[in-house]
Design a protein. Structure first.
Ligand SMILES: NC(=O)C1=CN([C@@H]2O[C@H](COP(=O)(O)OP(=O)(O)OC[C@H]3O[C@@H](n4cnc5c(N)ncnc54)[C@H](O)[C@@H]3O)[C@@H](O)[C@H]2O)C=CC1
Ligand SMILES: O=C1[C@H](O)[C@H](O)[C@@H](O)[C@H](O)[C@H]1O
Length: 337
């Protein structure tokens, strides 16, 4: 491995962008965020000053500058494609937070550009694959320790979302995590998608049906239901129960001390993605730095991002038409094997 520190730029220094800067510069090894950019110039300049980075008003200029070896894209979803394409054009490695792009066609354009460039450069931020609990589930399923997986019951619960978060985002922005991690867990692709609704919570707004249930089947017939409830009012709660022929497997709950006080016994639960999966983010970004320095993409690829969005769009079509939609997908290019 090249001993030089990986020079990293970050475009989009909002919530997760800053957590990635902090983990890279304060905790992880082998890389350093030395530059950043944000469309909100005044805010971005303050962030750059706070973290000792060079600020670029234009993210594409930062990417093309030659001053960075790799870029992390943490803008809002609609601008991922712009910066991922700029990184491919500049020939530098790019870590793009999920989703790769909100539209499947945009993901396909990225795949085609990467193939045309002749080198894999793109990793997508599906960090659940780096969570120890999901990795334990994958080991048991891969080894068929408890027989064939038959049914999965999952839940993706947020404490609250803002008014910009609408009905399609429950699938295309949030449950995209389950779409990716479950196909990785089961090592197979999906066959059909469906979305049904429950009674709306009073905590939702006019543009968001909440909760929703997405139902997927896989090519081998495994049936999956995922609850998205993004206005619970209190918890960030991720569930994954795998019903196998000989056992029921559950994603472990993160451990916190049990407190017995005032005639109440209990333990703290998470209220945010940044704490619930902090270890997974750290492993994900450390492994990304390591593989990037060795000139490889080891994590979720642009093809995984494309498959995820095709599946999400099929689920959205099923939701809008209240039907079951067959997921049509071309073969994976050899470039990604
Ligand atoms: N892997 C995970 O678990 C998570 C992933 N994410 C993803 O990360 C991305 C960012 O999410 P948050 O940090 O929560 O959003 P945020 O809204 O806190 O930050 C987004 C930042 O991007 C900037 N921005 C927007 N348009 C831009 C453009 N055209 N050029 C440059 N900068 C631009 C905004 O000014 C803002 O500072 C989203 O794609 C989201 O899906 C977010 C949370 C968790
Ligand atoms: O990626 C994320 C977070 O990890 C949350 O789980 C989602 O609910 C959120 O919408 C999304 O930004």
């Amino acid at each position: 491995m090249d001993n030089k520190e990986l020079r990293i730029g970050v475009v989009g220094v909002g919530a997760i962008g800053r957590t990635h800067i902090e983990r890279i510069n304060d905790q992880l090894q082998g890389g350093r965020v030395i530059a950043c950019s944000d469309v909100n110039t005044e805010f971005g300049k303050k962030v750059a000053e706070n973290y000792g980075c060079t600020f670029y008003e234009d993210g594409e200029e930062m990417i093309a500058s030659g001053d960075i070896d790799a870029v992390i894209v943490t803008t809002i979803d609609p601008y991922h494609e712009q910066y991922v394409m700029a990184a491919i054009k500049a020939g530098i490695y790019v870590f793009c937070e999920k989703p790769l792009a909100p539209e499947a066609e945009a993901c396909k354009r990225i795949v085609e550009a990467e193939i045309s460039g002749g080198k894999q450069l793109v990793q997508v931020g599906f960090m659940r694959r780096y969570d120890q609990g999901y990795r334990q589930l994958k080991e048991a399923i891969k080894n068929r320790t408890y027989g064939e997986p038959l049914l999965l019951h999952c839940a993706h619960r947020n404490p609250a979302v803002d008014e910009s978060y609408d009905t399609p985002m429950a699938v295309e922005n949030s449950m995209i995590h389950e779409i990716d991690v479950l196909r990785w867990l089961l090592d197979e692709d999906y066959d059909t998608a469906e979305v049904v609704f429950a009674k709306n919570t009073r905590r939702t707004h006019a543009n968001l049906m909440d909760p929703q249930i997405m139902i997927l089947t896989t090519k081998s017939g495994v049936r999956i239901d995922v609850e998205a409830f993004v206005n619970t009012g209190h918890c960030y709660d991720i569930k994954c129960e795998v019903c196998c022929e000989d056992a029921i497997l559950n994603l472990p709950e993160p451990s916190n001390i049990e407190v017995c006080a005032n005639a109440v016994r209990g333990h703290a639960i998470h209220s945010d993605w940044s704490t619930r999966f902090v270890d997974a983010y750290n492993v994900e970004i450390q492994e990304w730095i390591n593989s990037t320095k060795e000139g490889r993409v080891d994590g979720p690829t642009a093809w995984d991002g494309y498959v995820g969005q095709v599946t999400a769009k099929a689920a959205s079509k099923a939701r809008d038409n209240q039907t079951v939609v067959k997921i049509e997908m071309e073969e994976k290019p050899d470039f990604y094997n």
